[in-house]
Design a binder for this molecule. Sequence first.
Ligand code: NOJ
Length: 562
Amino acid sequence: MQWSDDAVVYQIYLRSFADADGDGIGDLAGLRSRLGYLRSLGVDALWLNPCFRSPQVDHGYDVSDYFTIDPAYGDLAAFDALLATAHEQGLRVLLDLVPNHCSTQHPWFLEAAAAPPGSPERARFHFRPGRGPAGDEPPNNWQSVFGGPAWTRLVDGPYPGDWYLHAFDPAQPDFNWANPEVEALFDDVLRFWFARGVDGFRVDVAHGLHKHPDLADWPGGEGTHNAHMWNQAPVHDVYRRWRKIADEYDAAFVGEVWVPSAQELAPYQSPDELGQVFSFDLLVQPWHGPSLREAIDRTQAMVGADSAAAWVLANHDVHRAVTRYGQEQVLDAPDATDMIAAARREGPADLELGTRRARAAVMLLLALPGAAYLYQGEELGLPEVLDLPDGARQDPIWLRSGGTELGRDGCRVPMPWTPDGPTLGFSPDDSRPAWLPQPATFAALAVSNQDADPRSMLTLYRRAVAARRTAFPASEATRPLHWIDTGDEHVVAFRRGSATCVVTTGTTSFPLPPAWGDVLLASGPVADGTLPPDACAWLSAVPDGEAPHPLTPAAAGTTKES
Ligand code: NOJ
């Protein structure tokens, strides 16, 4: 078992967490000053979105130097200080590795742009002549994730004319992973940060590194999963190699992998590769018992017996949970070619309803066997900010779609720490404005308002993270859960070890069978032993030797476990 198998990991979107130097952008010193807050949440580890030197076109996912910190966030000394303080306080630190692409400002790309076609400098990327008589059509039909062709033509420099591949923004050229120099670079990057004491990495676009060797046209057409661009077999050699390096340091990985099936996901998850991949399957499900249960089953089957799942309900790429769960719930299976779209729907949201469900959802998440990843601000119940002024938006998705797609700025709005002050305590009072404006509604949700309120989302998070340790202990992290048939598909219940988790996803309440034990924690009011709709409860153990958790006849007709 690895330390991360059961970890509760808090995701820091550094730019939006806490600003110490007053430039309106969160930084390492700000984070360091707030580590006490993370301790009070009880999490085991932090994952920081990329903080390496970067022109910030995609807020750090366009790296120009993998061996230093971006000046907007601090410097190596500030990083070392953060790491040391985090470790003193018992918090591990994961960084975010971006191996699929770098920035057009990375020295290698600058060298490639200045070198002739066919040169070793260009061979670190995918450069190709264009098609058509004038070479002014892209070399193949691949589309970028952020919209438009995945190729951009070099127009400047001494050797213009060829095109380079970028799965995301033109500012993010894809590395050629068939080139051993690229492999060697990332071995060095891993060792550099592991030697500094970093405890692991989240791996960005982990399924993207290798491309079809001929960069052949994708015959499936636009809008289908491009199996020439993603998930090529040699990528698994990369992770087997990285696993050996990580094992020298007891370091962990968690992969961001979007592939159409659990079968294709499984090798990335295996302990001799990354050991953890996010279960986006759960994240993209509607608030609907059978869908949630099926996603949990699929993930558990994918994970197998020798590693642990990485559960997640929100991150910096999707709409916030209270908004998603407050919208109309779409029951169609998420589109396998663009699963993330299911977590970025627009439309009106009932935030009170969404908040009740988000409270229940996080308790479900924390009861599942494996690691749980919590995105900053979810513990405050922040909604997605859908009405940012157009001029404030910075996401390349917004910019590249010509404003037709809102993009991801709405889940990246800076944290409200206090109900007043020009940036709600995010920056010192005399600072520049926060890099994205906070809506007035954030004031009521500020940390200092929720701190001592027993009914707040923050209090629920703190209680749930603490109760998880005893109710669902680490020794159970890789063991399967046992479903309990409640007789109502909208009441999802399972036992893990000696505790039970039950979630009401429908419109009816659920009388808790006394045999399930005492309520340890509930996300909503339990009156007369009854759990209301859109709520979750954890119930305590029954003594060893007793039949585990029979349902009372009053609660449901059948007693069955699978
Ligand atoms: C996935 C990251 O989570 C996202 O924020 C980023 O834009 C893309 N990868 C490209 O690096």
